[in-house]
Design a binder for this molecule. Sequence first.
Ligand code: C2E
Ligand code: CA
Ligand code: CA
Length: 561
Amino acid sequence: MTSCTDVSENGRRQILVADDEYINREMLENILADEYDILKAEDGEMAYEMIRQHRNTLSLILLDLIMPKLTGLELLVRLSEDPELKGIPVIVLTSDQASEVESLRKGAFDFIPKPYPQPDVIKARISRSIELIEDRQIISSTERDELTGLYTIEYFYRYGSQFDKYYPSADRDALCFDINHFHVLNERFGIAKGDEILKCIARRLQSAFPDTGSFVCRKAADTFLVYCPHKDDYSDIVEQVSAVIEDLETAVKVRVGVYSFCDKKLDIHARFDRAKIAADKIRNNYSVSISNFDEALIDAELYAEQLVEEFPKALAEKQFQVYFQPKYNIVGDKPVLSSAEALVRWSHPTLGMISPGKFIPLFEGDGLIAQLDEFVWRRTAEIIADWKKRLGISVPVSVNLSRAELYDPGLIDKMEKITSDNGITPKDLYLEITESAYVSDSDQIVDRVKSLREHGFFIEMDDFGSGYSSLNMISELPIDALKLDMLFIRNAFDKLNDTRMISIVIDIADYLGVPVIAEGVETEEQYLALKKLGCTIIQGYYFSKPVPANEFERFLLEKGK
Ligand code: C2E
Ligand code: CA
Ligand code: CA
């Protein structure tokens, strides 16, 4: 079978000119005939018949929008609905700017304004379109996202930019919608249901932004972008989109980052980066679902640069301190201290105490984390050794590992050296590895973790529920405890009081034969509920905030009594 981009018999590409005005047809033929074979149609029906007849040889259609029998827009719709015809590129000929955008949305590839520009401009535009479309068919990128039918990101940016060109002074907003904890829904309800959720959100977004000047696309998994006329308030829309999905037990919570009154001098990608920055700011905040971009977020980026720059000096000057937070075993009548987590703090000479939530992600991006963690591990080992020696008592302390460190072939030697240098054993030092570290490239990581475990280190999977691992995968993993992501606790005890997710995780842990550690436990109510659900170990402000080593001694002494 020949494809629609095959050239006609004589080796020249074929173009159909569909225009009811004789003079227009002649003019275009004149301009193009030395390079292309030209077919001509004088109304919409005739054009349609000719397109069907020549579908295997036509390279391009030049289409007038206003024609008898069948208008250009109607014809575009017909073409887009016919799988045999929809691959043939159409350039629309029009004098009406509003119709340009409309026809692009209906599937036109480009347009040529009337009155016609210079012949050279027309020729250049046509040959470029043919080239692009042929390339595009080769790489077979598509305009529509297969799952949801929304625009793909490439087309979304293209149509958005096209719109700006013609309405440069329109007030526009860039929005970035994200579904909270979508992967957990996927895990809980299965992929097929997850897909249904995405389709439902897509439909809701489309009906929330019905006008021609609004564009909606799915950017990645559960991220949707909208480019639309400015609105002061999006709360109705967020509510509409987040509404309970029938036959699903949980409402889907959606958050949106809003960049209002887009600065058109910024490239369209950058405008959506800003919307995304705003959306990410409330990623972990369950009470807020709309976040507006403001310049302060850019200031935050400058602050980040400062921290990265100052890191070497801070490390040399010992500005970093290790704090300890107790973990209690709650199975018996009385909670018993079972271990602790080492958490780093930066005591900065001018900025004060900085929390690791601010600098760890930066250092992970910049490769500085390995130096910092080695410092934390060493310091922790020293402190454990000191407790043993001075107090005759200690508990195992877990340290955090970052994903990049698991790629270091020297990691195990380093860990063993740290313990032996300080006269402690691997049993004294637990390792917390975040769930998301296992996800990509997992074979290599899993092997590394396995061998850490074979060397006697106890492995806790941190932030469980925040990564993307499947049940299948977890059962293969070398772990000794599951540490529940704090957001499960937040969610479970917000107004919904829905602890089912926690029960599911406890079931998973039982199946794996490992204990569940809940962190971020702040109230007695939470503590009692978790105990009832079968959770083994608890960490959180309910018992204590992370404290400096000397303050932690009181927990040890109490246990030693
Ligand atoms: P994480 O490992 O999940 O640590 C738990 C975080 O929850 C700690 O925040 C802790 O202070 C906080 N937290 C504990 N109990 C409660 C509670 O009841 N309520 C609330 N709201 N929060 C509670 P922190 O110390 O700010 O650490 C943040 C993250 O930074 C850690 O999350 C960990 O991913 C990373 N991190 C901390 N220290 C290190 C380190 O030495 N190395 C590496 N690689 N990462 C670290
Ligand atoms: Ca941790
Ligand atoms: Ca955690």
